[in-house]
Unconditional design. Structure first.
Lengths: 580, 614
């Protein structure tokens, strides 16, 4: 089917506008750069294109020879044995070539996808969490696993077709010129006309198409809007009446779409017309000269068999337009990630010593926000001291921790660990001094033991067990299907919020770092569990320096000192708040 | 949600509503491909006849035929595509209405989808993708069948053996090849799916677990795990690459063989004198032109598989039973004032193992405002769903003015008991249209007035076009606080005698949440209202506070009484103060701030227990 546009809400018909919708060419040189497998594949595709052109020409020649031999020279199968067997070989060769080309395409695609995936993963890791929190991690994960599969179609359908569309017509014209130069001229003139006319049709309809597309967008979203809002419609007693409006809107969507399609299908009408009319012209011209005696049957028939082949790759290219668009879109999303600018977290080479924290005049504003998350923040934690940090939600307590962790670079101010300034510190060494229990710890898709071992990669099984016990998880782990070997996280067993936090505490135990940063470690625990975890935290605190973000009085009670972080300025953006 | 593919027949039946147009499109498509086959056949005949040097006039018909077929193909194809897309869009309209009418009966408690926007969007996407059944499944097969039979017939008429050869090649290409490629693709996918899942999990860990990995120095190891999983997938995919080209290779081989076979039998027949030599060229070229007939079929088979999976999800949603049904003869409700009473109600969502409500009592009477508080998962939203008859009670009774809910029409109940949902939906239209969902007839002045009441009066200056402002998809152009306030305004316009507000401040920043809660308490003055909330700051102004835990009421009473009792509510209240306010000596909690939550609910001192039920 020739480049069927998809009329769904997922993909608007804009891609149906053919080459008009895209600014870039059919090939992005970055693909060669990031996916090395592409280079070898491009060379291979040129060879395949040459072989395909040869096979097509040989097949036409043999068919013409056999038909001419039997029809004009009245020969039988026996005397035509050589071309008959050769034709069979060519048929087998073409099938084999088709298989090999497709196999090469999917192998190249598998390698290219893997290259891109690794480059993107490495880049994501290098960018760090601060750059990632503006992206939807789920979407990036889908892009790197199944989204990138759109490149399969690009590699197996589009890229080889582009080469074929150049190689095959050239070869056909060359060979036809040897047999009948009039036909060669006809083909040579009409083939380039196809892209020219398609582009002409595209540009003349583009503005009208684009205008209609915008109108279509809204109609396309209506059904999702109404279905998602069904509970609301029911509350207001308006749900039943909406069935009529869905029929009406979809009907309007249909007429608007059809009006657009009448234009966008014009370019493929041009393609079809030029291709078939040219073949018809060649046939009639050849036939008439054959009648006049200026051309022999063999050559005439050879030209006729070959003529459609000159147009076939171009027609196929139209069919595979979407494969190109989808593949390039996926590739571009990945390039965008790979080429994302650095979000520095700073760091030098000095090694940290001591565990006291000193923070002065700390300023931090999240990118794209007007209100600073931290403004003139100050804090001192003496070595060996436990400080509880309190303050209203949203006053920047977690942000302050992430600055101390070296996850976000402050806009201004001083953060010092012992004698070393964060700005000059070797970040890996700096973090070696820290253990951190975040508010919502992430469960990794690994076993319980491996999840704890993230705290210290060389921890022995005995120390893992001890850490689990200290965090009050022994009983929980015992109830899991495979104990400490139970697979957690994505595709594994889930833990409750409280159990996750205790797992993170176990990581902190096994990490055995001199400075502890705890972000509301008891926030989602019930009172009974809280008591257990508090006991674990108390054990963890002894002999260490600690900064604890604490809401609950029982947690704050563990601290030597409570520090209040002043509330963030009230956002003026929210009308509701500004109004009260 | 089941991911079982739907049956092939039920999936194909989707196209039935546009069968006339579908037939037209198939005929046009058959005409288009038929024209290109006929173009090659008449051309071959023309050249063969010309080689016999007859009078030019005897070729006229063939020349006209060649020109006619050459011109008609493009136009027929253009017509086919237009009619086909028109048919697909008509099928879409019909399907959307059918799905909607069914979902309307089930929503929202019958389908967990309604609580998950992404799943809902997927079903809607599935519905829209089912137009593929028309364009990509039924039409290609119909065209292949029509033209295939005609071409084989024509070949048979010229030379029966050649007809047989073509029948054999086309038959295999149309049945065995799509079937085989489908099987191979499924097998390859199954092999890769485990590794894909593992790779996805590792990528999610790298991204979602980035802060922990960075702090604990595990990023390098995580990249190693990704590289390892990626390497396995790469190896699997490269090894499986050979299966991808088998379909194309077989189709190429079969049509090539058909051409070769027809040519061979034709040469023999010509030599033997049983075939007019001028037709031999036709026999050789027709099978080559027929490639176009079968080459789209593997893709059509895959489209059918995809459609069956999408249809499976859509049908699963449509086949879900409605959880609430109206009585045959609903009791008509009288004029107000209205009172809703909940007596020892147990309730659970379909498919959920345990009861979300376990014997709850509650009365909402005119002018009486009740706040419902408790931890997440306590059953607060379930009670809201029960009150607006989205969900039936498994045991116990809910009455409106003394009439049990089962004897009332659900729409009648919802005329009296209104709800502002936790995530109210704003439609992608103007602010005014969104508000008028509450009351169609409301004038602009009334809309302005109600916006003023919910604290959006002066804020409207921030909206570029005032009431005509487009709120965007899901109200995305408004802030979270604005969206909730618009939803409340809409409910106030509807003027429900009894109003349930389900955590309207849930997803707001604390300061915005408190502002909204305060305003809500003000606007519900004088009306029966149930305010479900997790912010406790302004609850001193409601008439009763009910604390729900694990589906049961553990405390109830006035703000002052509950604080004095020092139970669960008091503990929650102090905790909120600790978190939000500067630690001032006057606000230090009393001696025993930790509530006795370890005690079973029955043993917790409850105040005013049962005092509100009759």
């Amino acid at each position: 089917m020739d480049g069927e546009p998809r009329l769904t809400t997922r993909r608007s018909p804009s891609t149906a506008a053919g080459s008009t919708g895209r600014s870039g060419g059919p090939f992005d040189p970055r693909l060669l750069h990031y996916a090395r497998a592409t280079r070898a594949y491009l060379l291979l595709s040129i060879a395949v294109g040459g072989a395909a052109a040869f096979a097509v020409i040989a097949q036409a020649w043999l068919i013409a020879t056999i038909v001419s031999g039997a029809f004009i020279d009245h020969r039988g199968v026996a005397s035509l044995r050589a071309p008959v067997i050769a034709l069979l070989a060519i048929v087998a060769g073409r099938a084999l070539l088709a298989w090999a080309a497709e196999r090469a395409a999917f192998r190249a695609s598998a390698s290219a996808k893997s290259d891109l995936r690794r480059a993107a993963a490495e880049r994501a890791a290098a960018l760090g969490p601060a750059a990632l929190d503006r992206r939807d991690t789920g979407q990036v994960a889908v892009l790197l696993t199944s989204g990138i599969d759109a490149l399969d179609g690009y590699f197996s359908r589009y890229l080889p077709q582009v080469l074929l569309a150049v190689i095959v017509p050239l070869a056909v014209i060359g060979v036809v010129a040897g047999a009948d130069w009039v036909s060669a001229v006809l083909i040579a003139v009409s083939v380039p006309l196809i892209p020219i006319f398609m582009a002409l049709v595209g540009t003349t309809t583009r503005d009208r198409t684009a205008k209609r597309m915008r109108a279509l967008q809204k109609l396309a979203g209506h059904f999702l809007d109404v279905v998602t809002g069904l509970p609301t419609l029911k509350v207001f007693g308006r749900a039943k009446a909406q069935a009529r409006s869905i029929a009406d809107v979809t009907d309007r969507y249909r007429s608007a779409t059809m009006a657009t399609l009448r234009l966008t299908f014009l370019s493929s009408l041009v393609l079809e017309l030029l291709a078939t009319v040219s073949v018809a012209l060649v046939a009639v011209a050849v036939g008439l000269r054959l009648l006049g005696g200026s051309l022999g049957f063999h050559h005439a028939f050879f030209v006729l068999v070959l003529a459609p082949e000159a147009y076939l790759p171009l027609r196929a290219l139209g069919t595979h337009f979407h494969a190109s668009a989808d593949g390039m879109k996926a590739a571009e999303e990945i390039f965008e990630l790979i080429e994302a600018p650095d979000v520095g977290t700073g760091g030098g080479r000095r090694r940290a010593a001591g565990t006291g924290i000193l923070i002065r005049d700390l300023e931090f504003t999240y990118p794209g926000r007007r209100i600073p998350a931290l403004h003139e923040a100050e804090l001192t934690v003496q070595p060996g001291e436990t400080v509880a940090l309190t303050g209203p939600s949203g006053c920047g307590k977690s942000t302050l921790l992430s600055v101390v962790l070296g996850l976000r670079r402050p806009d201004a101010g001083i953060v010092r660990l012992g004698e070393v300034d964060l700005a000059d510190a070797d970040l890996d060494d700096w973090r070696d001094h820290l253990a951190w229990v975040p508010q919502r710890p992430h469960l990794f898709a690994r076993t319980v033991a491996e999840n704890v071992r993230l705290g210290r990669s060389d921890a022995s099984d005995a120390r893992i067990a001890a850490a689990l016990d200290a965090a009050g998880l022994t009983e929980v782990v015992r109830r899991l299907p495979h104990g400490v070997e139970t697979q957690l996280g994505e595709g594994g067993v889930g833990l409750s919020a409280g159990e996750c936090q205790r797992l993170a505490l176990a990581r902190a135990f096994v990490r055995n770092a001199p400075l502890l940063l705890l972000d509301e470690p008891t926030a989602s625990l019930d009172n009974e569990t809280e008591a257990d975890v508090l006991a674990a935290i108390r054990a963890l605190l002894s002999g260490r320096t600690a900064l604890i973000v604490a809401h609950r009085p029982a947690l704050a009670a563990l601290a030597d000192r409570v520090v209040e972080l002043p509330p963030a300025p009230v956002p003026v953006g929210d009308v509701g708040v500004a109004n009260t | 949600m089941s991911d079982h593919p739907a049956g092939t027949l039920r999936t194909l039946a989707i196209a039935r509503s546009a069968r006339r147009r579908l037939a037209d499109a198939s005929l046009l498509g058959a005409g288009a491909i038929g024209a290109s086959i006929a173009l090659m056949a008449t051309s071959a005949w023309l050249i063969s006849r010309a080689a016999q040097h007859p009078a030019e006039a005897s070729l006229t018909l063939a020349i006209v035929g060649v020109q006619f077929f050459g011109l008609s193909r493009g136009f027929l194809r253009y017509g086919e595509r237009l009619v086909g897309h028109d048919a697909a869009l008509r099928v879409l309209a019909d399907l959307r209405v059918r799905v909607y009418e069914r979902l309307e009966a089930i929503a929202p408690a019958g389908l967990p989808l309604f609580r998950r926007g992404d799943l809902m969007a997927r079903v809607v996407n599935d519905v829209d993708s089912l137009q593929d059944v028309v364009l990509r499944v039924v039409e290609p097969f119909a065209v292949a069948t029509i033209v295939g039979i005609a071409t084989v017939g024509a070949m048979w008429w010229i030379l029966p053996q050649a007809g047989l050869v073509l029948l054999f090649a086309l038959g295999l290409s149309a049945t065995a090849v799509p079937w085989l490629t489908g099987r191979l693709a499924t097998r390859e996918e199954a092999k890769q799916s485990t590794v894909r899942g593992e790779l996805a999990a590792e990528v999610v860990d790298l991204l979602a677990g980035a802060p922990e990995l960075v702090v604990m120095g595990g990023t390098g190891a995580q990249l190693g795990r990704i590289a390892e999983a990626d390497g396995r997938l790469r190896a699997l995919a490269r090894r499986g690459a050979g299966t991808a080209g088998i379909g194309l290779a077989l189709t190429t081989a079969l049509t090539g063989l058909a051409s070769w076979g027809a040519l061979t039998v034709g040469v023999r027949a010509t030599h033997g004198g049983s075939l007019n030599g001028a037709l031999l060229a036709v026999l050789a070229l027709v099978p080559l032109a027929a490639v176009e007939l079968v080459s789209p079929l593997p893709a059509a088979t895959q489209a059918l598989q995809r459609s069956r999976v999408a249809a499976g999800r859509v049908f699963a949603a449509m086949d879900a039973p409605a959880v609430v049904s109206d009585p045959r003869r609903p009791v008509a409700l009288g004029e107000g004032p209205h009172t809703v009473a909940v007596h020892s109600v147990w309730a659970s969502y379909p498919g959920a193992g345990r009861s979300a409500l376990r014997g709850v009592d509650l009365t909402l009477r005119p002018g009486h405002r009740v706040a419902l508080v408790g931890p997440s998962g306590a059953g607060k939203s379930t009670l809201a769903d029960v009150l607006v008859r989205f969900l039936p009670a498994d045991a116990g009774e809910i009455t409106l003015d003394g009439v049990p809910y089962e004897r009332l029409a659900a729409d009648d109940v919802r005329r009296i008991v209104g709800l502002v949902e936790q995530r109210p939906h704003l439609f992608d239209t103007t602010l005014a249209e969104n508000l008028r969902i509450g009351r169609r007839s409301a004038g602009d002045d009334e809309l302005a007035l109600v916006l003023e009441r919910v604290g959006l009066g002066s804020g409207l200056g921030g909206l570029p076009d005032g009431l005509a402002t487009e709120v965007g998809p899901m109200g995305a152009r408004l802030s979270g606080g604005q969206r909730q306030r618009v939803a409340v305004a809409r409910a106030l316009l509807a003027d429900f005698p009894i109003l349930v507000l389900d955590e309207p401040a849930e997803h707001l920043e604390p300061a915005a949440a408190d502002a909204l809660t305060t305003d809500l308490i003000a606007v519900t003055e004088g009306r029966a209202a149930l305010l479900i909330t997790h912010r406790l700051s302004s609850l001193d102004r409601v008439d009763e506070i009910v604390v729900l835990e694990r589906g049961a009421v553990v405390e109830r009473g006035t703000h002052a009484a509950l604080l004095k009792a020092g139970g669960r509510f008091a503990a929650m209240w102090w905790e909120e103060r600790m978190g939000d306010r500067p630690a001032h000596p006057a606000l230090t909690p009393p001696a025993a701030p930790t509530p006795p939550a370890s005690a079973p609910p029955e043993a917790t001192p409850t105040i005013n227990e049962g005092g509100e039920t009759r």
